[in-house]
Design a protein around this ligand. Structure first.
Ligand code: GLN
Length: 483
């Protein structure tokens, strides 16, 4: 039962092969049995899940239908869930029960999805390995000595290990696509503004975007359908109609123009990954796509720009965690300054503290022009590169990551080494474009992802290409041993 995709579950529920309650019980038992190896959940919500499953079964018995009605999912632990701990992977919010549901949570609940729990993540979504979580590192089900990627590592490990079919995640600089690549999943970061950020605890507000993590493009289409849409509570949400993402999955790829940036294949890319990317290109050519070499000349500036903008916004966003209004408060403060200092010093881990300091420095009076303003200018250049490229091609293809999942602890002493691994993903966030990662093969038993980028609001095109590719390849069907 745990091997089913969302699409298969929807069919099974519609055909009354099983009930949502039965399925929910099977998956909850599986999580209890297997998750101790992975640490992919911060909280399990058994009672809520069984209540939602019974309600979904009752709605189906009353003649209602819908792809998400009775479908088990989990939320990354930065989506606010009313009355349920919403920790953001931090000691700071370990005691925080959100007073309301994030829009994404409310929309999926209304569609009948069943919440099994809240998944582990890098603290405040800062990281690429899920090792900065206050709740401990998450293990990669493909090799328990390796990281699952981050910051949505809990959602990725849980879905990859077949603990559940799909989960929500967020992507500020790659945190949906990179863990998807590291765990053999399909993950989609939508266009900035496509999915509401209301109730999604902010890391870097101009980059953050929620999206689906699942095994197939077909399932990402189903989950995205439930998440996307205008929200008047989010002033950056865009009032654009949401297309039927499942309806365009079957479109032909005949004549599709795929751009492959020459900068993607420079030194730094594992040659074995480069080979797998070439194979995926050949596969898409067989389906009728035409390949064109393109250039993204400002790509080399993206990492330094991102690692100024993201920490700057983080330092501002995280100033609200002051020991007064939310979360952790130190014992017996001497005065107000002592309360702020010790509450923040105790509540935030080292990576979060590092970024707050970098961000506050970059925004400070003497350095604003030199760092923040300059980074914003680079951001525009990165966007312009993409706009020029999309005049010539329909989609851009390349690796999701330069290397496969590294060993736990391997990059802990060198944060910049970890930042460099984001080279292929952060440009989409800087430009606000949609991006998808899908399975493309294995290197030393570890999964490799291929990334597709599309123009604004072309999520349907990304899902269509990925679905056609998945109808003709079987990488996405591989299951990690022991799960
Ligand atoms: N690895 C990037 C960072 O640490 C991206 C994280 C994310 O997308 N949330 O900032």
């Amino acid at each position: 039962m745990h091997q089913m995709t969302l699409a298969e579950i929807a069919r099974g529920l519609a055909d009354k092969k099983f009930s949502s309650e039965e399925l929910t019980k099977v998956l909850l038992a599986r999580i209890t049995q297997l998750d101790p190896q992975l640490n992919s959940f911060i909280s399990l919500t058994e009672e809520l899940a069984l209540e939602q499953a019974k309600a979904a079964d009752a709605r189906r018995a009353n003649g209602e239908s819908g792809a998400l009605l009775g479908a088990p999912i989990a939320h990354k632990d930065l989506f606010c869930t009313q009355g349920i701990r919403t920790s953001c992977g931090s000691k700071m919010l370990d005691n925080f029960k959100a007073p309301y549901d994030a829009t994404v949570v409310a929309k999926l609940a209304a569609a009948g999805a069943v919440t099994l729990g809240k998944t582990n993540m890098d603290e405040f979504a800062m990281g690429s390995a899920n090792e900065s979580s206050w709740y401990g590192a998450v293990k990669n089900p493909w090799n328990l000595e390796h990281v699952p990627g981050g910051s949505s590592g809990g959602s990725a490990a849980a879905v990859a290990a077949r603990l559940l079919p799909a989960a929500t995640a967020t992507d500020t600089g790659g945190s949906i696509r990179q863990p998807a690549a590291f765990t053999n999943l399909t993950g989609l970061k939508p266009t900035y503004g496509r999915v509401s950020r209301w109730g999604m605890i902010a890391y870097a507000s101009s980059l953050d975007q929620g999206g689906p993590l699942a095994r197939t493009a077909e399932d990402c289409a189903i989950l995205l359908q439930g998440m996307a849409g205008f929200d008047q509570n989010d002033s950056t949400s865009i009032d654009e109609p949401v297309p039927d993402y499942s309806a365009s999955l079957g479109d032909s790829l005949q004549g599709l123009r795929i751009g492959v940036p020459k900068e993607y294949f420079s030194a730094g890319l594992d040659t074995r990954i480069a080979e797998l990317i070439q194979n995926s290109i050949k596969e898409l050519q067989k389906l009728g796509a035409v390949i064109k070499e393109i250039s993204l000349p400002n790509m080399q500036h993206a990492i330094p720009a991102y690692y100024v903008i993201a920490p700057a916004e983080a330092s501002s966003n995280l100033s609200r965690f002051d020991g007064v209004r939310f979360g952790h408060r130190c014992e017996q403060p001497k005065d107000l300054i002592d309360l702020y200092k010790r509450s923040r010093g105790e509540g935030f881990g080292p990576e979060v503290q590092r970024r707050i300091m970098v961000g506050a420095y970059a925004l400070s009076a003497g350095y604003y022009d030199a760092y923040y303003l300059k980074a914003q200018k680079i951001r525009r250049l990165v966007k312009n590169d993409f706009m020029a490229a999309f005049n010539e091609v329909d989609i851009i293809l390349g690796p999701t990551t330069p290397n496969p999942a590294w060993k736990l602890g391997a990059k802990n002493s060198d944060p910049v080494a970890a930042y460099l691994e984001d080279v292929y993903t952060i440009t989409a966030n800087l430009a606000g474009l949609p991006g998808l990662s899908m399975p493309a093969g294995f290197v030393d038993g570890l999964p490799v992802g291929v990334q597709l980028l599309a123009p604004y609001f072309q999520e349907g095109r990304l899902l269509n290409v990925a679905h056609q590719y998945q109808l003709n390849t079987d990488w996405h069907t591989r299951t990690p041993t022991g799960f």
